[in-house]
Design a protein around this ligand. Structure first.
Ligand code: TYD
Length: 234
């Protein structure tokens, strides 16, 4: 089973992932937790290049670097984990590319679709929790509830975070559009709700959709992964 978390920076994904890992572990389900970009030796190096704020990167260069990092993670870690019936929790996946590089940077969505298909080997999440937050609120969180800096500069911001409020408004709009198109796998969550409330909702939804039949679900998933692997690599 592949569970992904999406949302703009500061929406609280990491906290919810930690809570979910604890809850799964209490049920003896050991999850593989990963984040993008990163997760393999090469992907972590690409992450450094992408987030370091001392240089500029062109939108297409940025897209290809995120995609290269993803290709490494998918082939080295995600495909084998899913084939072994593991539960994989991923902090960001290709929906981030659609929202950030498509809606944020303005790259053609058709072009993105082809590159995403190559970098993911066609793998799609079973469920995606989208933590929705207004960019202004996210920046207030980042700056510990003080005022939002107008220039988006400062040592505490990485290269992506320096992209400005308008960029983040477009990214959020991207997520909302994806949510409407992919309504069968996207779950909208109000990131302003208390951590415990969000966590309970996530567990209730997973219980309802998958966890009650965890073992049979994973068997099916593992079979499905190996069956379609050939097609995916063609
Ligand atoms: P990170 O510090 O992991 O941010 P967060 O904690 O918010 O997930 O930095 C990842 C940054 O990269 C984040 O700003 C989102 C961006 N990103 C893209 O622009 N495209 C992508 O495909 C991915 C995976 C991330």
């Amino acid at each position: 089973m592949l569970i992904t978390f999406e949302g703009i920076d500061g929406a609280g994904k990491s906290t919810q992932i930690q809570e979910l890992v604890h809850a799964l572990s209490a049920r003896s389900i050991e999850a593989v937790t990963l984040r993008e970009p990163g997760g393999t030796a090469v992907a972590e190096k690409i992450r450094q290049i992408l987030l370091e704020s001392s240089h500029e990167i062109s939108p297409i260069g940025e897209l290809l670097l995120f995609s290269a990092s993803r290709a490494e993670l998918v082939q080295e870690v995600i495909v084998p984990a899913l084939a072994n019936g593991k539960t994989v929790i991923l902090d960001r996946f290709f929906d981030s590319t659609t929202a950030y590089q498509g809606y944020g940077r303005g790259i053609d969505l058709e072009l993105l679709r082809s590159i995403i298909a190559i970098s993911t080997c066609g793998i799609t999440p079973d469920i995606t929790f989208y933590l929705d937050l207004e960019p202004e609120e996210a920046m207030k969180r980042k700056f510990s509830k003080t005022s939002i800096p107008l220039a988006f500069e400062g040592d505490e911001l990485d290269r992506m975070e320096r992209s400005g409020l308008e960029f983040y408004r477009n990214v959020r709009q991207g997520y909302l559009d994806i949510m409407h198109i992919k309504s069968e796998r996207f779950v909208w969550i109000n990131a302003l709700d208390p951590v415990a409330v969000i966590h309970s909702r996530i567990i209730a939804l997973l219980d309802e959709r998958f966890l009650q039949n965890q073992s049979s679900y994973d068997e099916r998933n593992a079979m499905g992964t190996s069956k379609s692997k050939k097609e995916r690599f063609l």
